[in-house]
Design a protein around this ligand. Structure first.
Ligand SMILES: [Zn+2]
Ligand SMILES: [Zn+2]
Length: 402
């Protein structure tokens, strides 16, 4: 019996072309030191220097998904190589091959790259919603597919045995993630170029963070359609290619090594931020717990709250619109904490707060401002509106064994 996908054309609105003016400013970043924790249950924070920022897309459909058009694997990877992406997860619908992902996307001779780190994965496409799998190496996806209608506890056991990273896709609205969030390591808080669709996903993320789940927020374009090779190959969905493709949004990962495992570990640990496109600034959030002027934590890190004030620093790094001012909104424990402006040569914002000792708290930031043009996907900027970037939280007193 053929199992039909609930077709997932999540990009319907197409914006108008926007005039281009690309400005490039690279800002250097350096930070040092590792702070020791006094609470033995919270492991020490990893080095802030030992890694490399990598950018990529974690939700992509190739011709191996039946609802895709003009999008062979080589076209996606070729675009990513040319545009300077560092990693990709091509996540075709597993139900289209009844779980046999191992003989679908991964065995395609085009599934290879010298430049772009390719993760192994698929979109786990079930009646209770969709999730993406990310893995540094091939795994037995069939086993996950086969338990899709079982109780969550059984699925979780299989997921653990496979050693995979599981991520809740587009958690609100159509095909929302209807499983326990205890099963997942991350959540797609920014699906496709259309930022406005993601408000409920952000609410769910904050709910889960408030509940003590240390879930990484990530992006994914969920793009399905490529540029037709000739006009007669165009479909009614081909216009989506101009508005939603690789990197709308772009997920940044601070990876220890430039390898598939480095990317997956960064995702699991939450050293991740999201930008509307690869040319927008990347947001980085740091904290200085002992206020010695040196940052000792970054987003995704978890440490014990001492009851003393902590200094935070938000940095906008990379490309920006020359002379523009960016609005940085700080969210503490799901509630607005403060709004700041970043402008000038060094796009940095600092603030101070005292996380309560003995209680959980988290701080994350959202950045609004003018979109840096993404000429390769020219209609994406309007769909993303003013939303430029999201950080992951800096955490205090989160139980690592939750
Ligand atoms: Zn989906
Ligand atoms: Zn999808």
């Amino acid at each position: 019996m053929m199992i039909r996908d609930r077709t997932e054309n999540r990009v319907k609105k197409i914006g108008l072309a926007i005039a281009l003016s690309l400005t490039t400013m690279m800002a250097g970043v350096s930070s040092r030191s590792v702070a020791a924790d006094t609470d033995p249950s919270i492991p020490p924070v990893a080095s802030l220097d030992d890694g490399v920022w990598m950018k990529g897309d974690l939700h992509l459909h190739s011709r191996h998904s039946q609802d895709s058009s003009n999008n062979p694997v080589a076209k996606i990877i070729g675009f990513a190589e040319k545009t300077g992406f560092d990693f990709l997860a091509i996540t075709d619908h597993d139900n289209h091959v009844l779980g046999d992902v191992a003989h679908n996307t991964w065995t395609d001779p085009e599934f290879k790259s010298d430049k772009v780190v390719l993760l192994y994965g698929a979109e786990w496409t079930t009646d209770r919603g969709h999730g993406n799998v990310f893995s540094a190496k091939p795994y037995d996806h069939q086993r996950l597919y086969d338990v899709r209608d079982e109780r969550d506890a059984k699925i979780l056991a299989v997921k653990k045995k496979l050693g995979i990273h599981l991520s809740a896709n587009h958690p609100a609205g159509k095909d929302h993630f209807g499983f326990s969030f205890d099963m997942v390591d991350s959540i797609e808080v920014w699906n496709s170029a259309i930022w406005s669709k993601n408000a409920e996903a952000m609410m769910i993320w904050d709910d889960m963070l408030r509940s003590g789940r240390k879930l990484t927020g990530r992006g994914g374009s969920d793009s399905h359609h490529g540029t037709p090779d000739s006009p007669d190959k165009a479909t009614k969905n081909s216009i989506q290619r101009t508005a939603n493709y690789v990197g709308t949004p772009t997920t940044w990962a601070f990876a220890r090594t430039r390898t598939p495992q480095g990317v997956v570990d960064a995702l699991t640990n939450g050293r991740v931020s999201i930008s509307a496109n690869p040319y927008d600034p990347r947001v980085e959030l740091y904290a200085d717990r002992d206020q010695d002027g040196r940052m000792d934590m970054m987003m995704g890190d978890n440490a014990q709250a001492t009851g003393k004030p902590v200094s935070f620093e938000v940095r906008l790094v990379g490309n920006r619109i020359q002379g523009a001012s960016y609005t940085v909104r700080v969210i503490k424990n799901g509630e607005p904490f403060g709004t700041y402006q970043a402008s000038g040569d060094k796009l940095t914002v600092t603030f101070t707060d005292t996380p309560v000792a003995g209680k959980r708290s988290y701080y994350r930031v959202e950045v609004e401002g003018p979109q840096t043009p993404y000429p390769e996907v020219p209609n994406s900027m309007r769909l993303s509106g003013n939303m430029i970037a999201l950080s992951n939280p800096v955490f205090f007193n989160f139980d690592p064994n939750f």
